[in-house]
Design a protein around this ligand. Structure first.
Ligand code: AIR
Length: 168
């Protein structure tokens, strides 16, 4: 896996950030989500992909979420995994502040409605123009595998070869 400074993506790592950040940023909306998101970190570790975990709530600390999301790419982060339960706005708000791909993980919590359907719909029903990828309820491991696949895509866009083909 390329280090951030060798990334094939045309995203700079600003010098003012002394240390390049990890490739994957994992966010959760509450300390109570920690156990549910753990498989993502385990999977990334197994693949030798660097990551960091931050607890940031879209509702309780919107400024913190905005700050993290708007600077993540400049620190070298290339994919963000965001897990939250209930009215899970976190992945969508993160996507509003960054061009990095965001993978949402709907999580169940003790206060979930219908086993996490509340969080699933909150994440998947993004308005046109602001996409968020969404894995299954409590699908933290799948989120990490998807992040690894995204990181594995080195070329093609933008500036690379490739053309669209339409069959008549
Ligand atoms: N949450 C926190 N801020 C906004 C949301 N949607 C979610 C957390 C957690 C659930 O609310 O992601 O799944 C309950 O959080 P807590 O802190 O009360 O246990």
């Amino acid at each position: 896996m390329p280090r951030p400074e060798e990334s094939p993506l045309p995203l700079p790592v600003l010098e003012e950030f002394e240390e390049a950040g990890p490739l994957v940023g994992i966010l959760i909306g509450s300390e109570s989500d920690r156990e549910a998101i753990e498989p993502a970190g385990v999977e990334l570790d197994d693949r030798g992909i660097s990551w960091e975990l931050r607890v940031l709530s879209a509702h309780r600390d919107p400024r913190g979420v905005a700050e993290y999301a708007s600077t993540a790419a400049l620190r070298g982060v290339r994919v963000i995994i965001a897990g939250a339960g209930m009215a899970a706005a976190l992945p969508g708000v993160v996507a509003a502040y960054t061009d990095l791909p965001v993978i949402g993980v709907p999580l169940t919590s003790s206060k979930s409605v219908m086993g996490g359907l509340d969080a699933l719909l909150s994440i998947v029903q993004m308005p046109p123009g602001v996409p968020v990828a969404c894995v299954s309820v409590n699908g933290a491991r799948n989120a990490a595998i998807l992040a690894a696949k995204i990181l594995g895509q080195g070329g093609g866009y933008p500036g690379g070869p490739g053309r669209s083909v339409q069959q008549s």
